[in-house]
Write a new protein. Structure first.
Length: 227
């Protein structure tokens, strides 16, 4: 790690310790700095992306593929908001994929900077974490629309996770056995053929009840019987 980045990293740790008592209200305060972070976000992404010759299409393809993922969270390793969001997902029994972008925004490399910039374009949010459930961006911990905390408070988080098959409480629907389906198809074919009436009588009995409840001679069945 370059010397200047190491110094910035140490300074950040010291600052984080000093701000620890007010971490609960920091999320709301960060939103006030949104316009500044958004501007810095785009500048950093453009500059480092150009220096590192980052394939922007590759980054966009990664984001496009989020539609097929049950639950994905983009995080910073040193972000207390990311840590808290992960704790909330785990408490809800979420099955999620964590994608760590980097330590913090000012320590990102070229591709991570471009990814952060593209996330801003996609969601309108510059901060981490970014949480996607069923391909839909729900915001961060307390930011975005509606935001993870808001979903917890409204009781909607569990339903969304289950709908996206991203919950440990989700059960796959039971499937009928292929043997049963094949056997039913075979019987249906036999009963619908008029030239097999004798076989139908042997298989189903000589007498069959009609809708009124009386017995009547067996006759070829219609496919409505098997609906």
């Amino acid at each position: 790690m370059p010397l200047y980045k190491a110094l910035i990293f140490v300074a950040f740790l010291a600052l984080a310790q000093a701000l620890n008592p007010v971490i609960k209200i920091a999320g709301q305060g960060m939103q006030l700095l949104g316009p500044i972070f958004s501007l810095e976000n785009k500048l950093q992404g453009a500059l480092l992306g150009a220096i590192g010759k980052v394939d922007v299409d590759d980054v966009r393809e990664e984001l496009n593929n989020l539609n097929s993922k049950p639950c994905v969270i983009y995080t910073y390793r040193l972000s207390p908001f990311s840590t808290e969001a992960i704790a909330v997902l785990e408490a809800a029994g979420a099955k999620y994929e964590k994608r760590e972008v980097g330590l913090e925004w000012f320590l990102l490399g070229p591709r991570a900077s471009v990814l952060r910039s593209e996330l801003l374009d996609l969601t309108g949010q510059s901060s981490m974490p970014h949480i996607f459930i069923g391909g839909e961006h729900i915001g961060g911990l307390s930011s975005g629309t509606p935001g993870l905390s808001a979903l917890v408070e409204s009781g909607e988080l569990e339903d969304r996770l289950i709908a996206a098959k991203a919950s440990s409480k989700y059960n796959e629907p039971e499937r009928k056995s292929s043997f049963f389906s094949s056997f039913k198809k075979l019987l249906t074919g036999i009963f619908l053929r008029k030239d097999l009436v004798p076989i139908q009588c042997l298989m189903y009995g000589a007498l069959l009840p009609d809708p009124s409840g009386t017995l009547m001679p067996a006759r070829p069945l219609t496919k409505d019987f098997f609906a």
